[in-house]
Ligand binder design. Structure first.
Ligand SMILES: NC(=O)c1ccc[n+]([C@@H]2O[C@H](COP(=O)([O-])OP(=O)(O)OC[C@H]3O[C@@H](n4cnc5c(N)ncnc54)[C@H](O)[C@@H]3O)[C@@H](O)[C@H]2O)c1
Length: 424
């Protein structure tokens, strides 16, 4: 049976989803994107045309989500709107009996996430989160290396992402400058870092953080200046009410310095900012009793690297000897041109991105077919968002925060204002 899915939100990431679907169709015919929806007809049209040309079957175009739910025959929806709409649309879809895959972050706040999780349980529908970094084959390998004891007992992780956006609005998308729309690098991008830390080292107990808005006036600059590698994915989107050159008030936190205690006892340091002018620093390492693992940049295809206590460096295929059981899952392997045991790969970013998205859809559809769980479901989506928000909650309270309190809503001072704004 073919799983009929609609793409909702056809902006920058929505277009990347369309490319993921086009990639999926090269290998599998189990999913069919029969509808696309965006409040801007021309934006939806652009994506529908691309899909039609590439697959020979153009999806129907909708500009109203509810009208689409009432008239299209669907099994599921992929929600790729800006973050504030995730929970509302996901809940409506599940209440109509549809399965859902939603972009990260799972929702605007943990309260919105809990409502989504409850709807998924009540309706018995899959709720998957399109968290992409962990599906990179090199992150699969990294996890296996840690689990197999290649660096011994993990002591601490450093995850430092320090760069400059030159006072620009992140990704040229105004919603990313706004606190009440889940914007800001430590949250919008930090949720990826959070998911990866948990994926590699397990759950987090406590977080202590300092946060800041260093640059509360941001200039809206074109994507080819702000993020040239993604510019052509975003050139069709619309920014209502704003034009290039506008100065936008940034209310979202742009800087977070956090110290983390994992349940295992390991310690982590997570630092994220886009206000580091003249200095760019990216460190992603995990150090343990036998050595340090240097994590590759997600979606680069680069090999992880281990340096042991005596200075020996282990990288590329030598790593595979440490993990005899390492193999990519069947669907990931098919998408990766049949690769099973790889320690690096060379591929254009676009292809990597599309293959990972294709895998996310297949994972969600498999969960719907078997009644099983998607790899990243409500629990994983909420744990990652709670770790990112724990930095904010600790930052405003000045105290260490238990991540589980954030998950369950016992610690929500920072998020309360956002929930109030959204009337939830
Ligand atoms: N996984 C990743 O690597 C990654 C990367 C970028 C963005 N994202 C996530 O994807 C989501 C979208 O981000 P983006 O950069 O594409 O933003 P965007 O602003 O470019 O696109 C959002 C689109 O949603 C549409 N939209 C808004 N409300 C709608 C509604 N009610 N019905 C239909 N369409 C609606 C907008 O018109 C816009 O075209 C965000 O949640 C973001 O965090 C994830």
């Amino acid at each position: 049976m073919t799983f009929k899915i609609a793409l909702v939100g056809c902006g920058g990431m929505g277009r990347r989803h369309a490319h993921g679907y086009i990639e999926l169709r090269k290998y599998f015919d189990t999913v069919e994107m029969t509808a696309v929806c965006d409040v801007h007809r021309d934006v939806a049209s652009k994506v529908a045309d691309e899909i039609g040309i590439a697959t020979g079957s153009k999806p129907d175009i909708y500009i109203d989500f509810d009208q689409m739910l009432n008239s299209a025959t669907l099994d599921g929806v992929a929600i790729v709107t800006s973050t504030p709409m995730h929970h509302t649309l996901a809940i409506r879809a599940m209440e109509k009996g549809l399965h859902v895959i939603t972009e990260k972050p799972m929702a605007l706040t943990l309260k919105a996430c809990r409502k989504m999780r409850d709807a998924s349980e009540r309706m018995g529908k899959v709720l998957a989160v399109a968290e992409n970094y962990r599906r990179d084959p090199m992150n699969r390998l990294t996890r296996m290396l840690i689990q197999s004891g290649a660096i011994g007992t993990p002591y601490f992780a450093l995850d430092i992402g320090v760069g400059s956006s030159n006072g620009s609005v992140m990704h040229s998308t105004v919603w990313r400058a706004k606190k009440e729309q889940a914007g800001g690098a430590p949250l919008d991008a930090g949720v990826h870092n959070a998911d990866m830390l948990i994926y590699l080292l397990g759950g987090v107990d406590t977080v202590f953080a300092e946060i800041a808005i260093n640059e509360n006036q941001r200039t809206l600059r074109p994507m080819d200046e702000v993020a040239p590698g993604l510019a052509d994915m975003y050139n069709h989107r619309r920014e209502d009410g704003h034009q290039i050159g506008d100065v936008v008030e940034q209310t979202a936190v742009d800087t977070a310095f956090a110290v983390i205690r994992f349940n295992s006892g390991a310690i982590g340091q997570l630092i994220m900012t886009d206000t580091s002018h003249g200095q760019s620093l990216g460190v992603s390492t995990i150090s343990g009793s036998k050595g340090t693992l240097y994590r590759p940049r997600s979606r680069s295809g680069d090999s992880p690297r281990i340096v042991t206590a005596d200075g020996t460096e282990i990288t590329d295929d030598a790593l595979l000897e440490l993990v005899p059981d390492f193999e990519l899952e069947d669907t990931l392997s098919i998408l990766w041109n049949g690769a099973r045991r790889i320690s690096s790969y060379e591929m254009d970013f676009r292809d990597i991105d599309s293959k990972i998205l294709a895998y996310e859809y297949l994972d969600m559809v498999a969960a719907a077919a078997t009644g099983g769980e998607p790899e990243v479901g409500p629990k994983e989506g909420m744990d990652a968002l709670a770790l990112a928000y724990a930095m904010m909650e600790s930052g405003v309270s000045g105290s260490p925060v238990h991540v589980q309190d954030v998950v369950e809503g016992r610690n929500s001072l920072f998020q309360d204002e956002i929930d109030a704004e959204m009337s939830i």
